[in-house]
Write a protein that binds this ligand. Structure first.
Ligand code: COA
Length: 378
């Protein structure tokens, strides 16, 4: 919405950057990642391949991929200062996203890396270690040493659980990471670009992006979508429970989107990934229940808000997929950050290459011509 004096609240509709990283078409329900339709990339690439693609604009050769995997694996262990901070945060019951934001800021402590690509690799490698280590510290469980023979997604699950995950679970998580790796100029990505555009360092930009993602209007809570499925319990109760929520003026969690006016392409990809994973290594009854809840919700929303086209969004199947991977709901947003970090960094690299200091203007609405009043006379 633009007002007549050029002020655009929330910068809605303003084009503030050019990018070759991802393209969102909300009317067509299309998400392109570096030239690949999401469905072409997400279920095929490893997380390292998708990262390489965003950072270099093309898929890696086998040697390039092996090198990146090795480098990331070697960079996973956390500095002791970061671990000490996480231990203290666990003692005072800091939330996982707050702990991640605090710990991310320590990542370049003692680091001699000045090359942005090396710093980027270190950040991607360690964000997963932070989230998983903090989870274990909060549970009072011993920390697991990263396994350099595992890829990024497999190692993340290993650090969380202490068990080497099945292939089906690793594929499920890789698909999730690739699906959320980038989504054009969302709030956290914009924040990262604004910060790095001042020519400050990458760790500052990623810390700021995590801070932005932490807000409920962005990182959101796929948790409530899953809670609704559990509350419904059996498919025959879906209609009554969902209708009662709509009658009470509640929104159905996991449905509707500000940009997508058709089905969110990420829901499509994650739904297919969840089905595969649950079939191979999960509770198929829960998957079937979620499908029934989804179908009922879409049908009820169509008659509740005719013409609005309220469809399933990314949160619904994120919740189902991450739950199927054994993740607690308070790990959902930090796990999103683990995948999105590679996209934030890709935008930082792009901004550093082509960008200009971001310095919009504000419209002054305050008073003018006030006169100074000495303190004794106020
Ligand atoms: N359940 C019930 N009604 C919904 C709804 C939902 N999930 N999503 C939108 N609506 C209704 C709104 O109440 C509003 O009704 P009104 O015009 O009578 O006030 C209308 O549809 C607005 O639709 P729209 O403009 O498309 O939504 P928005 O841009 O304001 O909101 C969301 C987008 C995502 C915030 C919204 O769909 C929502 O709250 N969804 C549930 C939460 C969720 O899943 N969030 C994760 C998003 S990825």
């Amino acid at each position: 919405m633009t007002t007549n004096n050029g002020f655009t609240p929330g910068l809605e509709g303003v084009v503030a950057a050019e990018t070759a990283l991802s393209h969102v078409d909300g009317l067509k329900g299309e998400l392109i990642i570096a030239g690949f339709p999401l469905a072409e990339l997400a279920a095929k690439a490893t997380f390292e391949e998708a990262t390489y693609l965003l950072w270099h604009g093309r898929l890696p050769t086998q040697t390039e991929l092996d090198d990146l995997k090795q480098e990331l694996a070697a960079l996973r262990p956390l500095p002791s200062a970061t671990l000490n901070l996480l231990r203290e945060a666990a003692q005072v019951h800091t939330t996982p996203m707050d702990a991640l934001r605090m710990a991310a800021a320590t990542l370049d402590l003692g680091s001699s890396h000045t090359d942005p690509l090396t710093t980027g690799k270190m950040v991607v490698a360690r964000v997963g270690t932070i989230v998983a280590s903090y989870h274990r510290l909060r549970q009072g469980q011993p920390l697991i040493t990263p396994d350099a023979t595992l890829g990024h997604a497999a190692n993340y699950l290993y650090l969380l659980t202490g068990e080497r995950p099945s292939e089906a679970r690793v594929r499920g998580l890789e698909t999730y990471f690739n699906t959320v790796i980038d989504h054009s100029l969302n709030a956290s990505t914009f924040a990262a670009r604004v910060i790095v555009a001042t020519q400050t360092d990458l760790v500052s930009a990623i810390t700021g992006a995590i801070g932005a993602l932490k807000g409920p209007l962005h990182g959101g809570a796929p948790g409530p979508a899953l809670e609704t499925v559990f509350e419904i319990g059996t498919a025959d109760r879906a209609e009554a429970v969902l209708q009662a929520k709509l009658d009470a003026g509640e929104r159905l969690m996991g449905f509707g989107h500000r940009v997508y006016k058709v089905r969110d392409p990420r829901a499509e990809v994650l739904g297919a990934a969840a089905e595969k994973m649950y079939q191979a290594d999960g509770d198929m009854a829960l998957y079937e229940l979620a499908k029934a809840v989804e179908a009922t919700a879409v049908r009820l929303l169509a008659s509740h808000k005719p013409g609005r086209n309220l469809q399933t969004n990314v949160e619904f199947y994120t919740a189902l997929l991450l739950h199927g991977l054994g993740l607690d709901t308070d790990l959902f947003t930090p796990t999103f950050a683990v995948g999105r970090t590679a996209g934030w960094l890709a935008h930082c690299f792009e901004q550093m290459k082509n960008g200009r200091l971001m310095r919009p203007q504000s419209r002054y609405t305050g008073e003018m011509d006030r006169e100074w009043v000495p303190i004794a006379a106020r």
